[in-house]
Ligand binder design. Structure first.
Ligand code: ADP
Ligand code: MG
Length: 697
């Protein structure tokens, strides 16, 4: 056995381990829980818990934790040891079925958006047996969902699991219509490609903005940026390579199939992609990946920046969410088939996604909305804030032929009849040429590229699963009562294409002209988080989530509160950090430099050298003017920040941050960045972009 196969999954209580450690009957029941969403009874849970504990102790664990994903977007854990006091002052190691299945935790410090009254601070965590327990840093981690006393979701996993159930139910209805009786479960699959930056830890520690906000609030462009494209897929530096090797090894031990690691377009930017997995597992694994990237970077004297836009002027970091729908019999439903029937089924699922993305553009945009991602969307090499879909020319032509009842292709004489004709073959590689599209069909899956690098993968998949479930529900309702299935199917596909083709755009989404074109088509362009969030409680969205039991209206309202609150807090911290850096570091440094220049000027005039050079004079004059301008803006920024902080209505508050605070921050930064280019290197108080972006050697 190779080293890799030996370590892979070594820290995971997976099915192989369970099979070898659980009684046959218990194992069968656990399998049912995993694959068919059946509940475990308490007697079975007790047996599983005991086996899990023995296994964990053998691996050196002393504690366990319910590992959950509150609305903070990262994971939370509270460690309890297995120790229980026994007679004679001794201890035994115990772990009960109850402790495995449900935990109780003080939820008062986790965001609840008003769902949980302060007098009812308890929160409950419940085991998700579909995601295996694992050992991390000597702690047995049990993936769990996190709810309030009243059962309302306080986390990202609960709605995700609900959405997976919704699409399972509706997709099965559709499959039955195609005569498919063997499939018993439909799951969505996700492969998230994770981008990140690596910077030198010592350099990082000299930047308050990176420490407090994760991004640079100041910084002039160095002479070299990413224009040479010499970083992309370039040779990986030895230090980075050592880091990546350790990341891979640790991820493999946790059963994460980390597959590719390469340099990205911007200097210091990299990417890691795993092999896809069932959606909730992919979400858990991505959380682990982000955690490990950050932890292991430190061991190598590096800092991993997961922020969406750590540097102005070079690419930001995203997380491509590759998504598909598969049956438990191993069929990818977004894979074009060989026979007319398979083709028809594929086209129907494709249409469900087209309809879903068009009707819930706003929810998809909201699912990736954050103060950080606002800087990235629509900037360098990132999809714009407009949601559109790329299908590629061949597939688009096929849909057009169906829509217009026209022959497809030059040679075809016959009209393309869904369910009767085999689809013409289209070469796979033509489907993935356009990297500018926010939502692209890439042969047998969709790639959603708006997601930010630090985001949880849960939210966009809640939207995708639920919106697709709704489209499939409507399709099934219509087709189940049809007299002639094939005709009804053809009509349905034709109508769906007609109604929703406005979302399909195969052109360059980075092109300015697309913004105007999209507007003409009536597509949404929700540029900022507050703009996007203003749609969350639209009637159609409340109805969608209620129909599929994903969020109640109360849950949705609480999420809106949390998202707005988070947006305000982030911008507030950034503004305060900017003020601090400006007052305490930048302005004093510039002032000092101006006085040095003035001294130089004086010295020259004493020797009557003044007429030979204007360097000191011009530089000091421009810097004085800039520092005066910056100082005035600084005071304005302080005032605006105070005004925003006072506002009590979260939507209005967010609007102040968006329309006033951020605007002033940008103006202030412009002055500072100009001052940086004029100030002698020794005087500038922070490491430059050049040092940050090219500092890892
Ligand atoms: P790239 O986008 O860099 O060309 P690929 O398209 O091969 O790379 O894969 C990108 C990601 O998509 C990988 O994480 C891969 O596992 C994932 N992926 C491939 N097939 C599926 C699928 N059916 N469902 C979800 N993700 C998938
Ligand atoms: Mg990709």
């Amino acid at each position: 056995m190779s080293e890799v196969t030996k370590i892979f999954g070594a820290n995971v209580f997976n099915e192989t381990v369970m099979k070898s450690r659980l009684p046959k009957e218990t194992f069968k029941l656990v399998q049912r829980a995993i694959h068919n969403n059946k509940r475990l009874d308490s007697a079975t849970a007790a047996v599983v818990a005991n086996a899990m504990k023995d296994w964990a102790i053998e691996k050196g664990a002393t504690h366990y934790t319910h590992w959950f994903q509150p609305m903070t977007g990262i994971t939370a854990e509270k460690h309890d040891s297995f120790i229980t006091p026994a007679a004679d002052g001794k201890v035994i190691m115990e772990f009960s079925g109850k402790e495995l299945i449900q935990g109780e935790t003080d939820a008062s410090s986790f965001p609840s958006g008003g769902l949980r009254a302060t007098f009812e601070a308890r929160g409950y965590t419940a085991w998700d047996p579909t995601s295996f327990a694992f050992i991390k840093e000597g702690v047995l981690c049990i993936p769990t969902a996190f709810c309030s006393y009243g059962g309302e979701a306080l986390d990202k996993k609960t709605p995700l699991l609900r959405s997976m159930e919704a699409i399972n139910k509706q997709a099965l209805r559709v499959l039955r219509l195609f005569g498919n009786e063997e499939v018993t479960a439909v799951k969505t699959t996700v492969g998230p490609e994770q981008e990140y930056f690596l910077v030198d830890r010592d350099i990082y520690l000299k930047r308050k903005d990176l420490i407090y906000t994760g991004r640079t609030l100041f910084g002039a462009m160095p002479p070299k940026g990413q224009e040479l494209d010499d970083h992309y897929f370039g040779t990986i530096k030895t230090r980075v390579k050592a880091f990546m090797t350790e990341v891979d090894t640790e991820l493999w031990k946790l059963g994460v199939v980390s597959k590719t690691e390469h340099n990205e377009a911007a200097p210091a930017q990299h990417e890691l992609a795993p092999v896809f997995a069932t959606t909730n597992i992919a979400v858990d694994h991505n959380q682990l990946t982000m955690e490990l990237l950050q932890r292991i970077a430190k061991k190598h004297g590096l800092i991993c920046l997961l922020h969406e836009k750590p540097f102005d002027g070079v690419n930001g970091s995203g997380k491509h969410n590759n998504w598909s729908i598969s049956t438990n019999t191993g069929v990818n439903l977004l894979n074009p088939g060989e026979t007319p029937y398979e083709n028809a089924q594929f086209l129907l699922f494709l249409c469900a996604v087209i309809k879903a993305v068009d009707e819930y553009q706003d929810l998809l945009r909201i699912s990736v909305a954050s103060a950080a991602n606002d800087h990235r969307l629509g900037a360098l090499e990132a999809p714009p804030a407009i949601v559109s879909m790329f299908l590629g020319d061949e597939l688009s032509e096929i849909l057009e032929a169906i829509e217009k009842d026209e022959p497809y292709g030059a040679k075809e004489k016959e009209l393309l009849k869904v369910g009767v004709h085999v689809l013409p073959k289209f070469p796979k590689d033509t489907t993935d040429r356009n990297r500018t599209a926010p939502f692209a069909f890439t042969g047998n899956k969709f790639e959603f590229r708006m997601l930010g690098s630090s985001d949880s993968v849960a939210e966009p998949n809640v939207v995708l699963n639920t919106a697709a479930a709704e489209a499939l529900r409507q399709f099934a309702d219509e087709l189940e009562t049809a007299e002639n299935f094939e005709e009804a199917l053809h009509d349905l596909i034709q109508r769906t294409v007609r109604e929703h083709k406005k979302i399909i755009f195969n052109g360059n989404c980075y092109d300015e002209a697309w913004v105007g074109e999209a507007e003409k088509r009536g597509l949404l362009n929700l540029k900022t988080t507050p703009d996007a969030l203003s749609h969350l409680l639209d009637k159609k969205n409340i109805e969608l989530y209620a129909t599929h039991k994903i969020y109640t209206e109360a849950e949705l309202k609480s999420r809106l509160e949390i998202l707005l609150e988070n947006y305000c807090k982030i911008v507030n911290i950034e503004a305060l950090t900017m003020v601090d850096m400006m007052r305490k570091d930048i302005l004093p440094a510039v002032s000092e430099y101006i006085s040095t220049l003035s001294n130089g000027l004086l010295a020259r005039s004493e020797f009557d050298f003044g007429k030979f050079t204007s360097f000191e004079k011009e530089t000091a004059t421009v810097l004085s003017a800039l520092s005066e301008s910056a100082y005035q803006k600084l005071k304005k920024l302080e005032k605006l920040t105070a005004e925003a902080a006072k506002c009590e209505n979260s939507a209005e508050k967010a609007a102040i941050y968006k329309d006033k605070v951020i605007v002033m921050m940008e103006e202030l930064r412009a002055d500072a960045d100009r001052m940086e280019t004029l100030t002698a290197a020794d005087y500038w108080p922070f490491p430059t972009y050049g040092e940050l972006l090219f500092g890892v050697r």
